[in-house]
Design a protein around this ligand. Structure first.
Ligand code: NAD
Length: 311
C-alpha cells in the first residue's frame, strides 16, 4: 500500500484521525491545511496518540509507531497533497461555499481516476459536487467522531457518482478497519445524525419536562440501550426481544405507537433548558477538563473495539 497516496485536505479533528487510519493500513498520507500551524499541530497530535495507543496495546494494524508515523507527511501546498493521490479525503469546516471552493481547487489538480471523498456531516454530495469536472468521482464519506475509535462511515454517492467509486470506497474503508454503510438516497442528515437527533430531541424533552436528570438520562443510554447497541442495532434487538418481528409487532405495536404519538414537535436547543443542562454537565465535567475526558472516552472506545475484534 505504501506505493499509494491518500491526500487529507483539512487537518482538524477528523482530518488527523483519518490520516492515522490510512497510515495504519500502510498507505502514504499527505496532510494539508489552509493554516500551516494546524498541519504541525495535527502531526504532533498524531505522534502523541500513536504513543498513547502503543503504550496501551491498542495500536492498529501490523506496523510499528515509527513505521506508521513515517508514512504521514505534512504539506502547505494543496497540489502536493492531491496531485498523486488515488484517494482524497476532504475534512474542512461544514460550510457549503467553503467546501465548494476547496473542491473546485482539488478538481483542477487531481488525477482523472481519483476518488474524492468529503467528510460532510449533512451536506448532500450533489450540492457540493454539482459543478465539478470530476463530479463522477465524488462521494461523501461521513465518519463517526472520533473516526479512529468509532469505525462507522456513511458512504453517500451523488446521483452521478460512478459505481466503481462506491465499490472501491467501500473496499478501502473495510480494508482499513472502518465499517462502511451505504446511504442509497440523498437525505438531509443522512442516517446516523437523523437517528442521533431523534435521540437528542427526546432527551431534551424529557429533561425539560422534569422527568429525569442529565446524569440519569445519559445513564439510560450508557448502561441500558447503549450496552446492547454496541453489538446489535434496534431492529435486531426488537427481533430478539420477541419471537421475531411479527411477534414483536403483535405484542408491542399499540404501546409503541401510543408513546410515539406523545413525542410532539421538535424543540430548539436554547433558552433556560440549555443553561440548566450546561450547568449540570459543567459541575461534573468542568470545561477545562474536556480534553482529559475525551482521552478517557477514546481509550475506552479503543478497548471496546479490541474486545469486539477478540470476541
Ligand atoms: P475542525 O474545525 O476540527 O477542522 C477543520 C479544518 O479545516 C481546520 O484545521 C481548518 O484550518 C481547515 N480548513 C479550513 N478551510 C480550509 C481550506 N480552505 N483548505 C484546507 N483546510 C481548511 O473540523 P472537523 O470536526 O474536523 O470537521 C471537518 C468535517 O468533518 C466537517 O465537514 C464536519 O462536519 C465533518 N464531521 C465532523 C465530525 C465531528 O464530530 N467533529 C463528525 C463527522 C463529520
Amino acid at each position: 500500500n505504501s506505493e499509494q497516496q491518500v491526500g487529507i485536505v483539512g487537518s482538524g479533528l477528523i482530518g488527523h484521525s483519518f490520516a492515522m487510519i490510512y497510515a495504519a493500513s500502510g498507505y502514504r498520507v499527505r496532510i494539508y491545511d489552509i493554516k500551516p500551524e494546524q498541519v504541525q499541530h495535527a502531526l504532533s497530535t498524531i505522534d502523541e496518540q500513536l504513543e498513547h495507543l502503543a503504550k496501551n496495546g491498542l495500536l492498529r494494524g501490523k506496523l510499528t509507531v515509527k513505521e506508521q508515523r513515517s508514512l504521514i507527511t505534512g504539506t502547505n501546498d494543496l497540489a502536493e497533497c492531491v496531485k498523486d493521490a488515488f484517494f482524497i479525503q476532504e475534512c474542512v469546516y461544514e460550510d457549503l461555499d467553503l467546501k465548494r471552493g476547496v473542491h473546485a481547487k482539488i478538481d483542477g489538480l487531481c488525477k482523472d481516476d481519483v476518488i474524492i471523498a468529503s467528510s460532510a456531516s449533512a451536506l448532500i454530495p450533489s450540492l457540493i459536487s454539482q459543478n465539478l469536472k470530476h463530479k463522477n468521482r465524488f462521494i461523501v464519506c461521513h465518519p463517526t467522531n472520533p473516526p479512529f475509535y468509532a469505525p462507522l462511515v456513511e458512504v453517500i454517492p451523488a446521483p452521478w457518482t460512478d459505481p466503481d467509486v462506491v465499490v472501491t470506497t467501500k473496499q478501502l474503508l473495510a480494508e482499513t478497519g472502518q465499517v462502511p454503510v451505504i446511504v442509497k438516497k440523498e437525505i438531509d442528515g443522512f442516517v446516523l445524525n437523523r437517528i442521533q437527533y431523534s435521540i437528542i430531541g427526546e432527551c431534551w424533552r424529557l429533561y425539560e419536562e422534569g422527568v429525569m436528570s442529565v446524569e440519569d438520562i445519559d445513564k439510560v443510554m450508557s448502561e441500558g440501550l447503549g450496552r446492547r447497541y454496541a453489538f446489535m442495532g434496534p431492529l435486531e434487538t426488537a427481533y430478539l426481544n420477541a419471537d421475531g418481528m411479527y411477534n414483536y409487532g403483535d405484542k408491542y405495536k399499540e404501546m409503541i405507537y401510543r408513546v410515539q404519538c406523545t413525542f410532539g414537535a421538535p424543540r430548539k436547543m436554547e433558552g433556560p433548558t440549555l443553561d440548566k443542562i450546561q450547568n449540570e454537565l459543567t459541575s461534573r465535567i468542568p470545561l477545562d477538563q474536556l480534553n482529559e475526558r475525551r482521552k478517557w472516552r477514546d481509550i475506552r472506545l479503543a478497548s471496546l473495539q479490541k474486545l469486539k475484534n477478540d470476541l
